[in-house]
Design a protein around this ligand. Structure first.
Ligand SMILES: Nc1nc2c(ncn2[C@@H]2O[C@H](COP(=O)(O)OP(=O)(O)OP(=O)(O)O)[C@@H](O)[C@H]2O)c(=O)[nH]1
Ligand SMILES: C=C(OP(=O)(O)O)C(=O)O
Length: 223
């Protein structure tokens, strides 16, 4: 771990995590993937990424529930069918407003909940790797995991009584460090760090092994 300035809460989360997963309207999502996934494939892949992410999150024993923040009807339907609770987006608010809103929705029901934001573009996500990240995060009031490029963030957590204070977007690793969150440094959690923005990222995720919905859409499109 780095930057323990925020202190070590020293305890584990006893009653499970609530995860907040943001999903941008699919027609606008994953725009940097357009060169690798033309036309209608890009929104279909964006949905498959979100489905594989949410399915892996829900299969993680440390996770109590998942709140998806989205205004996209197709994504809402598909992710609710997997077991997520859907919360509408904040009009014009952007990613961080959506995450703060999702965390508030969790704590309106469970005021002492441990919450964590997780991007919806992690199609290679493994439940066991997420479990290790959550276990590490539970020792700190706020913690985060940098993306594979070490520039952005894929995961940010806040224990009971702590605000999430999301500062995602672009070079968010530095921003999360500067707001006092502890950086989780764990080997072997590549699937939690492998967000997919570009065609190169997608190739890296495919090499790790993606979930069934992404595999079916990608192989279907290639075939
Ligand atoms: N609810 C919600 N989710 C968002 C919003 N903006 C981004 N996201 C989600 O935040 C996560 C990280 O965002 P990005 O990696 O930038 O994804 P993106 O915006 O679809 O990708 P680009 O169009 O290439 O920037 C993804 O799960 C997105 O779906 C927003 O305004 N509202
Ligand atoms: C949302 C982020 O970045 P990107 O849009 O590059 O995935 C982030 O890493 O905070």
């Amino acid at each position: 771990m780095r930057n323990s300035a925020a202190g070590d809460a020293g305890d584990h989360v006893a009653d499970g995590w609530s995860l907040v997963v943001p999903v941008k309207p699919l027609e606008r999502a994953k725009s940097r993937l357009a060169p690798a996934a033309a036309g209608g494939l890009r929104p279909r892949l964006a949905l498959a990424f979100a489905e594989d992410t949410v399915a892996a999150v829900l299969a993680c024993a440390a996770v109590r529930d998942v709140v998806v923040v989205t205004d996209d009807r197709a994504a809402a339907g598909a992710l609710a069918a997997l077991g997520a609770r859907i919360v509408p987006d904040v009009p014009g608010g952007g990613l961080n407003a959506a995450l703060a809103h999702g965390a508030r929705a969790v704590r309106a029901v469970r005021p002492a909940a441990a919450v964590a934001a997780l991007n919806a573009d992690l199609p290679a996500l493994r439940s066991a790797e997420l479990a290790r990240v959550l276990d590490a995060a539970g020792k700190f009031p706020r913690a985060f995991l940098a993306d594979a490029a070490e520039i952005g963030t894929t995961f940010l957590s806040a224990g009971p009584g702590t605000e999430l204070e999301p500062a995602f977007g672009g070079a968010s690793r530095r921003r999360h460090l500067s707001t006092g969150a502890v950086e989780i440094r764990l080997a072997g959690v590549d699937s939690v760090r492998r967000d997919v923005d570009t065609g190169e990222d997608l190739a890296a995720a495919l090499a790790l092994g993606v979930g069934p919905r992404t595999a079916a859409r990608w192989v279907g499109a290639a075939g």
